[in-house]
Design a protein around this ligand. Structure first.
Ligand SMILES: *Cc1c(COP(=O)(O)O)cnc(C)c1O
Length: 229
C-alpha cells in the first residue's frame, strides 16, 4: 500500500466516524482531494485508490494536471480565488467552481461555459469568520448574490462554501460551520434548492460534518504537508 492510499483510507475512516457521531449516512458526505502543489503522478496514485474528485487552486497548475490525466474519468473542482481574466479557462476545463464571491465573475463563467455543455456546478463562498482578509461574500449579502447567480443560464448553483479561520476550538469551528448551514437553510426556504455545503478541511472536517457538510475538501491529510500554500 502506498502512503496516499493509506492516507485516503484514514480520511475515509474519519469521515465515517464523524458521520456516525452526527447520525448521518457516511455516503451523504463527499470527499474532494485537494491536490494543489502535488504532481500529476500523485493524483494518479489517489485515483488508483478510488478517489475521483480533485480540487485545484491555481489555474495553470490545474490545467496541466487535467491534461496529463485525461481519460481517467476524474472530476476537477476549482477551489482557489478566481480572477476575471481566468474565468474562460476555468469554465472550459473544470466541472465545479467553489469560490464564487462576485456576480461579475459568475456572469463571466456562465458566458464562457456556453449552452452546449452541462452547466458548471458552483458554490457561493461566504466569509463566515468576518475577517477582513478572507475571501467570500458577507453572510448578510449572501442571499442577494445567491439569488442572482441562480438565474444565470449556464451555471447550476449547488450550495455554499466557506473556509473559516484555523482554530483548535471545536465549539468555535462548529459555530462557523453552523452559520453556513443556516444560510443554506434560509436560502432553501426562500425557494433555492441547494444540496451542497462545501466545508471542512484536514484539521476541521469532523466539526464540519457535525454541522452538515456534504463535501469536505482535504489536502494535507491525503498528500502530506505542502511546500508552499
Ligand atoms: C488548500 C485548501 C484545502 C485543503 O486544505 P488542507 O488543510 O490541506 O486539508 C481546502 N480548501 C481550500 C479552498 C484550499 O485552498
Amino acid at each position: 500500500m502506498t502512503t496516499i492510499s493509506t492516507n485516503l483510507q484514514a480520511v475515509r475512516a474519519r469521515i465515517a466516524a464523524a458521520a456516525e457521531m452526527a447520525g448521518r449516512p457516511p455516503e451523504s458526505i463527499g470527499l474532494l482531494a485537494v491536490s494543489k502543489t502535488f504532481p500529476a503522478e500523485q493524483v494518479r496514485e489517489a485515483a488508483g485508490a478510488g478517489q475521483l474528485a480533485f480540487g485545484e487552486n491555481y489555474v495553470q497548475e490545474g490545467l496541466a494536471k487535467i491534461a496529463a490525466l485525461e481519460g481517467l474519468g476524474l472530476e476537477w473542482h476549482f477551489i482557489g480565488p478566481l480572477q476575471s481574466n481566468k474565468t474562460r479557462l476555468v469554465a472550459e476545463h473544470f466541472t465545479w467552481v467553489h469560490g464564487v464571491e462576485r456576480l461579475k465573475i459568475a456572469e463571466r463563467l456562465s458566458g464562457a461555459r456556453g449552452a452546449g455543455r452541462p452547466p458548471l456546478q458552483v458554490c457561493v463562498q461566504v466569509n463566515v469568520s468576518g475577517e477582513a482578509s478572507k475571501s467570500g461574500v458577507s453572510p448578510g449579502d449572501t442571499a442577494t448574490l445567491a439569488q442572482a447567480v441562480a438565474t444565470l443560464p449556464n451555471l447550476r448553483l449547488r450550495g455554499l462554501m466557506a473556509i473559516p479561520e484555523p482554530t483548535d476550538d471545536m465549539a468555535l469551528a462548529r459555530r462557523r460551520f453552523s452559520t453556513l448551514r443556516q444560510l443554506r437553510d434560509t436560502l432553501n426556504e426562500a425557494g433555492l434548492a441547494l444540496d451542497t455545503l462545501s466545508m471542512g478541511m484536514s484539521h476541521d472536517l469532523e466539526a464540519a460534518i457535525l454541522e452538515g457538510a456534504t463535501l469536505v475538501r482535504v489536502g494535507t491529510a491525503i498528500f502530506g504537508e505542502r511546500a508552499r500554500t
